[in-house]
Write a protein that binds this ligand. Sequence first.
Ligand code: CTP
Length: 398
Amino acid sequence: LIGSYGEDKKMPVYVVGGFVRDLLLGLENYDIDIVVEGNGLEFAKYASKQLGAKMVEHEKFLTASLFFKDGFRIDIATARTEYYEKPADLPQVDISTIKKDLYRRDFTINAMAIKLNTKEFGLLYDFFDSRKDLKEGLIRVLHKLSFVEDPTRIIRAVRFEQRFGFKIEEETLRILNETLNGGFLEKVSGQRIRQELEKILEEREPLNAIKRLAQLKILKHIFPKTYFTSVMEKKLENLFNNLRIIKELYKKINVFYSLLRILLEYYDIDTLKKVIKKYGIPKKFIDEIKATETRLPPLLNMIKYKIRFSDIYKVIGKPSAETTAHIMSYIDDEDSKEYFVEYLKRVFSTKLSISGNYLKEKMNVKNSVEIGKVMNELYCRKLDNPSINEEEELKKIL
Ligand code: CTP
């Protein structure tokens, strides 16, 4: 349909990028990127009317997105040449042809197009031997300045390499190192680096990509004070292995924060302050990481020796999902892990039916500090023994 709209508007229309790459690899991909030679916005308006889709325009970039009722989405762009006013800035945009549009992209494997117009429907445009690289499993830039123009591509190269089990091509690796040593990654905003790291965390094997970032010394340029040792690798392995169970318990976890809890452990406060500002992380991150650092050694022992739940509760209370991930990244034996998960389940399921008001009115405890203490004691007893009778137990406490 999109192709026939191209005919109607006399504009060449292509599907490009990741969709074409994955099609040739035989992989599923529902992210459809369309490029139009001519005015992409005008084309998008026409297509959205014909298809009854909602359209959101980004006029500055000459792009638009069409949203369909079933949640399906198509991005439409104008073929463009981008030029960069300063390295690491967002690009300025000029209207152009499909070849130039593809040339400005990150890697050859992402720089193919398939024509959609009825006449040439299905014709593959491969100007840069992309298919050969796809066959040989190579990540290759299209030109020498690719990484300088957009240093986040340094991280993307690793992500695609690890996702497909490819290799970064030799000359590309040389340019990557040169760009890295030129300090270009340091010029990129925290938000853009964060986005790329978050994309890595959505991959099936994020640890492989993180290991590769460390091996290529890219991680050093992102977090200069992080030392990627085998101990850290083990913690990250535990983190990723534990995500499923933590998600079951908490429903939601911020995996990026959880990763940083491990990568930034034992950083000094001043450096931490700079890092959280750069990456847009809330201030309480610092308090949480520091609190966990000091509590970890005793806590791990308590878990190992299966100390009563109430004593563990006095050290860690009801931890956030990220704190749980942090603690569990240190637990290597299954027995301890099981005990800690049991603790968490108990904390989640234990609720008191007696309230502070009951103490005030029926038991004549008036002081609110005192009420808090008594309630906490009652809660701890119920953690250790869920079948207690709260009224009876209360009498014992008082
Ligand atoms: N692109 C680029 N440089 C970047 C980001 C993106 O050249 N820094 C281009 C690539 O050609 C890519 C397209 O924009 O194919 C779309 O980007 P994105 O959706 O991020 O990547 P995909 O290739 O679709 O990868 P994924 O499968 O992870 O969605």
